[in-house]
Unconditional design. Structure first.
Length: 116
């Protein structure tokens, strides 16, 4: 789902994610996310922000991660992004489902390594 505007407000973001505004503000604080602000202090978001919040929602609501687990997963995901970027492949060009499978495979490999 693409956002129609380049910049949008917290109400627009909350509506697109089907969340309450206070959840967005809480996640900003918990995940140390910085929104862009107008001169009057009003929050503004862009497509990148939307994708970040969508990932958080998926991790917490669908994958049933705790907040600490979601933070760890996102940190791990950032490391995977760096690896992918170093191979001259952008994260946008890789199907999200494949990325999730890669993350799951990495978890399985770590578990297997710990068992050895």
């Amino acid at each position: 789902m693409k956002m129609q505007r380049r910049r949008f407000r917290i109400g627009d973001l909350a509506q697109k994610l089907n969340l309450d505004r206070f959840v967005i503000r809480f996640w900003e604080k918990e995940f140390n996310l910085k929104s862009k602000r107008s001169d009057g202090g009003q929050r503004f978001y862009d497509e990148k922000d939307y994708k970040q919040f969508k990932l958080i929602k998926t991790l917490l609501y669908e994958k049933k991660f705790t907040i600490a687990g979601a933070k760890q997963q996102m940190k791990s995901s950032d490391e995977n992004t760096k690896i992918i970027a170093s191979q001259k492949t952008t994260i946008n060009s890789i199907d999200e489902e494949i990325i999730q499978k890669m993350i799951e495979l990495k978890k399985q490999l770590v578990t297997l390594k710990e068992m050895l």
